[in-house]
Design a protein around this ligand. Structure first.
Ligand SMILES: [Zn+2]
Length: 157
Protein backbone atom coordinates (compact mmCIF):
# COMPACT_ATOMS: atom_id res chain seq x y z
CA UNK A 1 0.00 0.00 0.00
CA UNK A 2 1.38 3.45 -0.81
CA UNK A 3 1.62 6.28 1.69
CA UNK A 4 -1.34 8.20 0.27
CA UNK A 5 -3.77 5.31 0.73
CA UNK A 6 -2.58 4.74 4.24
CA UNK A 7 -3.27 8.38 5.05
CA UNK A 8 -6.83 8.12 3.79
CA UNK A 9 -7.44 4.99 5.86
CA UNK A 10 -6.57 6.70 9.11
CA UNK A 11 -8.16 10.05 8.29
CA UNK A 12 -9.41 12.24 11.15
CA UNK A 13 -12.87 11.96 12.64
CA UNK A 14 -15.06 14.86 13.68
CA UNK A 15 -16.26 13.71 17.08
CA UNK A 16 -15.51 10.57 19.01
CA UNK A 17 -12.60 8.56 20.30
CA UNK A 18 -9.35 7.47 18.74
CA UNK A 19 -7.81 4.46 20.46
CA UNK A 20 -4.16 4.65 19.52
CA UNK A 21 -1.04 2.56 20.14
CA UNK A 22 -3.01 -0.66 20.34
CA UNK A 23 -0.61 -3.57 20.41
CA UNK A 24 -0.19 -4.95 16.88
CA UNK A 25 -2.85 -7.55 16.09
CA UNK A 26 -5.16 -6.58 18.96
CA UNK A 27 -7.49 -4.17 17.11
CA UNK A 28 -10.24 -6.73 16.61
CA UNK A 29 -10.17 -7.59 20.30
CA UNK A 30 -10.66 -3.92 21.09
CA UNK A 31 -13.59 -3.82 18.67
CA UNK A 32 -15.06 -6.85 20.41
CA UNK A 33 -14.66 -5.20 23.81
CA UNK A 34 -16.53 -2.18 22.53
CA UNK A 35 -19.40 -4.49 21.62
CA UNK A 36 -19.58 -3.07 18.14
CA UNK A 37 -20.28 -6.45 16.58
CA UNK A 38 -23.48 -6.98 18.54
CA UNK A 39 -24.87 -3.55 19.42
CA UNK A 40 -24.17 0.14 19.13
CA UNK A 41 -24.51 -0.15 15.37
CA UNK A 42 -24.92 3.59 14.98
CA UNK A 43 -21.26 4.25 15.68
CA UNK A 44 -18.99 4.36 12.67
CA UNK A 45 -15.85 2.43 13.48
CA UNK A 46 -12.63 2.44 11.50
CA UNK A 47 -9.80 0.05 12.09
CA UNK A 48 -6.23 0.46 10.95
CA UNK A 49 -3.83 -2.40 11.48
CA UNK A 50 -0.06 -2.62 11.15
CA UNK A 51 0.38 1.13 11.08
CA UNK A 52 3.97 2.36 11.26
CA UNK A 53 4.87 4.22 14.42
CA UNK A 54 8.08 5.35 16.07
CA UNK A 55 8.07 2.22 18.22
CA UNK A 56 7.22 -0.32 15.51
CA UNK A 57 3.83 -1.43 14.20
CA UNK A 58 0.59 -0.63 15.95
CA UNK A 59 -3.15 -0.82 15.46
CA UNK A 60 -5.63 2.04 15.73
CA UNK A 61 -9.40 1.98 16.27
CA UNK A 62 -11.61 5.04 15.78
CA UNK A 63 -15.12 5.25 17.13
CA UNK A 64 -17.26 8.11 15.94
CA UNK A 65 -19.81 9.87 18.08
CA UNK A 66 -19.02 8.52 21.51
CA UNK A 67 -16.56 8.26 24.37
CA UNK A 68 -15.61 5.00 26.07
CA UNK A 69 -17.07 3.65 29.28
CA UNK A 70 -14.88 3.00 32.34
CA UNK A 71 -15.41 -0.76 31.96
CA UNK A 72 -14.33 -0.67 28.32
CA UNK A 73 -11.20 1.30 29.21
CA UNK A 74 -10.33 -1.19 31.96
CA UNK A 75 -10.72 -4.13 29.58
CA UNK A 76 -8.58 -2.44 26.95
CA UNK A 77 -5.88 -1.72 29.53
CA UNK A 78 -5.77 -5.44 30.32
CA UNK A 79 -5.12 -6.55 26.75
CA UNK A 80 -3.03 -3.59 25.59
CA UNK A 81 -1.65 -1.44 28.43
CA UNK A 82 0.20 0.98 26.11
CA UNK A 83 -3.00 2.32 24.57
CA UNK A 84 -3.61 6.06 24.43
CA UNK A 85 -7.14 7.39 24.19
CA UNK A 86 -7.78 10.62 22.28
CA UNK A 87 -11.11 12.37 22.69
CA UNK A 88 -11.90 14.28 19.51
CA UNK A 89 -14.19 17.28 19.47
CA UNK A 90 -14.82 18.99 16.13
CA UNK A 91 -11.62 17.49 14.62
CA UNK A 92 -9.51 18.73 17.55
CA UNK A 93 -7.94 16.48 20.18
CA UNK A 94 -9.72 17.67 23.32
CA UNK A 95 -8.07 15.24 25.71
CA UNK A 96 -5.41 12.58 25.43
CA UNK A 97 -4.49 10.04 28.07
CA UNK A 98 -2.95 6.61 28.56
CA UNK A 99 -5.24 3.84 29.72
CA UNK A 100 -4.50 3.02 33.33
CA UNK A 101 -4.45 -0.51 34.61
CA UNK A 102 -6.62 -0.56 37.73
CA UNK A 103 -5.25 -2.15 40.94
CA UNK A 104 -8.20 -4.49 41.17
CA UNK A 105 -10.32 -5.97 38.40
CA UNK A 106 -13.92 -6.61 39.32
CA UNK A 107 -16.57 -8.36 37.26
CA UNK A 108 -14.96 -8.10 33.82
CA UNK A 109 -12.78 -11.24 33.75
CA UNK A 110 -13.75 -14.85 34.54
CA UNK A 111 -11.54 -16.98 36.77
CA UNK A 112 -9.90 -19.86 34.88
CA UNK A 113 -10.31 -22.20 37.82
CA UNK A 114 -13.58 -24.06 37.16
CA UNK A 115 -13.92 -24.99 40.84
CA UNK A 116 -13.48 -21.36 41.96
CA UNK A 117 -16.42 -19.99 43.95
CA UNK A 118 -16.93 -17.35 41.26
CA UNK A 119 -17.71 -20.14 38.78
CA UNK A 120 -20.30 -21.84 40.99
CA UNK A 121 -24.00 -21.14 41.29
CA UNK A 122 -23.58 -18.59 44.08
CA UNK A 123 -23.68 -15.05 42.79
CA UNK A 124 -20.07 -14.20 43.61
CA UNK A 125 -18.57 -11.63 41.28
CA UNK A 126 -15.04 -12.48 40.14
CA UNK A 127 -12.39 -10.15 41.50
CA UNK A 128 -8.67 -10.03 40.80
CA UNK A 129 -5.62 -8.19 42.04
CA UNK A 130 -3.21 -6.91 39.42
CA UNK A 131 0.08 -8.48 40.50
CA UNK A 132 2.21 -7.60 37.48
CA UNK A 133 1.86 -4.91 34.83
CA UNK A 134 4.26 -5.87 32.00
CA UNK A 135 3.13 -8.40 30.97
CA UNK A 136 -0.20 -8.08 32.71
CA UNK A 137 -0.86 -10.74 35.30
CA UNK A 138 -3.84 -10.88 37.64
CA UNK A 139 -4.66 -13.10 40.61
CA UNK A 140 -8.11 -14.24 41.75
CA UNK A 141 -8.77 -12.99 45.29
CA UNK A 142 -10.80 -16.14 46.08
CA UNK A 143 -8.73 -19.07 44.79
CA UNK A 144 -5.45 -17.24 43.99
CA UNK A 145 -5.29 -18.68 40.47
CA UNK A 146 -3.21 -16.44 38.19
CA UNK A 147 -4.32 -15.37 34.73
CA UNK A 148 -1.98 -13.57 32.37
CA UNK A 149 -1.39 -12.38 28.81
CA UNK A 150 -3.61 -14.01 26.19
CA UNK A 151 -5.53 -15.91 28.86
CA UNK A 152 -6.95 -12.60 30.05
CA UNK A 153 -8.45 -11.67 26.69
CA UNK A 154 -9.85 -15.20 26.35
CA UNK A 155 -11.60 -14.83 29.70
CA UNK A 156 -13.09 -11.37 29.33
CA UNK A 157 -16.77 -11.41 30.23
ZN1 LIG B 1 -10.78 -17.96 41.26
Amino acid sequence: MDKENRKIKISPIRNGTVIDHIRKGQALKVVKILGIMKQDTDSVVSIAMNVDSSSGKKDIVKVEGRELLREELDKISLISPEVTVNIIDDYVVKAKHRVKLPGTIKGIVRCRNTTCITNQKEPVEPEFLVIHEKPVSIKCIYCERETKGEEISENLR
